[in-house]
Design a protein around this ligand. Structure first.
Ligand code: SF4
Length: 341
């Protein structure tokens, strides 16, 4: 779906979570003023129509009611004319009381993205979230009862977290049957309290390798649950890409591609292990299958010297064909069943 994002860095947040620096992740220093929303949205819509207006980067439903009104009022004419189909906001589970949800619903909000990060209480305490995990399910249930679409955001690798914790949190999230997920492995961003803990040796974020492999497994689990992941890893911004923007952790501007490539690597390895010498993929999947800097092929050819990958337009996207049979790559890349339990 096309999104028209407006960033309101940290606006409405009751306090600062220790990993968060919205100015860096959104690439925007100031809160976008409601007075400029209509003009900016008109300019964005000049290149297309439909989709949702998104207010990201803060705790929208905890803003003063009058300010929420100003933002939503600015979008109202575009909703009435059908130029946009709805509004989405990001917020926290402790800012989703019935009255807050009612206001959102009455003013055209269709989708709520809930920053949960982890379902482990000690992790939430470690990062100064200011709430525990028990409030998440009731908040999601209230959103559902109001007929709103719900997304959940998770952050594997926060202080006190682990791969096991990330998978356990994912399972808890999936039990709530969200419409979609966003997964952002934790990184140490300039200007966050996490920097001091990292420098003191009290926190070690995931390596890129750990995060890619963990997110590949999370992707596989989500496929079994038929819940889409709409974003993996932070969106690149000039601030993040600048020297010192990210002090440590698994930031990569093409993180999602690395995860997709890891899934392909597992699928191709499985194909080669069955004795296949050649596998066919759709040409549009070839870059992911070959891997960043061909690292999948280097890995595979060390284990299976004569294995070949061939782009083939007749192959369906997301599948590989070997031995005369078509296989869905994500299914073939199956992780250990115990990760589901
Ligand atoms: S994670 Fe969400 S609630 Fe916490 S400081 Fe960042 S924007 Fe605010």
């Amino acid at each position: 779906m096309r999104l028209y994002p407006f960033f309101i860095p940290h606006a409405g947040c009751p306090h600062r979570c220790s990993f968060c620096q919205q100015q860096e992740t959104s690439g925007q220093q100031e809160v976008f003023p409601p007075e400029r929303v209509a003009a900016e949205l008109s300019a964005m819509l000049a290149v297309g129509a439909g989709g949702q207006v998104a207010f990201y980067g803060g705790t929208f439903s905890a803003l003063p009611g009058s300010l929420q009104e100003k933002y939503l009022e600015a979008v109202s004419p575009f909703l009435c004319s059908g130029q946009v189909s709805g509004v989405r906001i990001s917020t926290r589970p402790d800012a989703l009381a019935d009255r807050q949800i009612d206001r959102l619903k009455q003013r055209g909000v269709a989708t709520v993205e809930v920053g949960v990060q982890s379902f482990c209480d000690s992790v939430l305490e470690n990062v100064n979230r200011g709430h525990g995990s028990a409030i998440v399910a009731p908040a999601v249930s209230r959103l559902r009862s109001a007929g709103l679409e719900v997304g959940i955001q998770l952050m594997p690798g926060l202080p006190g977290g682990s791969r096991r914790e990330a998978l356990a949190s994912l399972r808890r999230a999936l039990e709530l049957k969200p419409d979609f997920l966003r997964i952002y492995p934790a990184v140490v961003l300039r200007g966050t309290p996490l920097v001091d803990r990292y420098r003191a040796g009290e926190y070690r974020p995931f390596s890129l390798e750990e995060a890619v492999d963990c997110c590949a497994e999370m992707s596989w689990i989500c496929r079994q649950a038929e819940v889409p992941i709409i974003r993996l890893g932070l969106q690149a911004t000039p601030a993040l890409d600048a020297d010192g923007g990210v002090l440590a952790g698994p930031y990569h501007p093409a993180f999602g591609q690395l995860v997709r490539s890891r899934i392909w690597r597992r699928a191709l390895d499985r194909a080669a292990t069955t004795g296949a010498d050649v596998a066919h993929v759709h040409p549009a999947d070839a870059a992911d299958a070959i891997g960043h800097r061909r690292d999948n092929m280097l890995y595979l050819n060390k284990k299976h010297a004569h294995f070949e990958l061939k782009p083939s337009p007749g192959t369906q996207r997301g599948t590989l064909v070997f031995g005369g049979t078509s296989h869905v790559a994500l299914d073939l890349a199956a992780f250990a069943q115990e990760s589901l339990n």
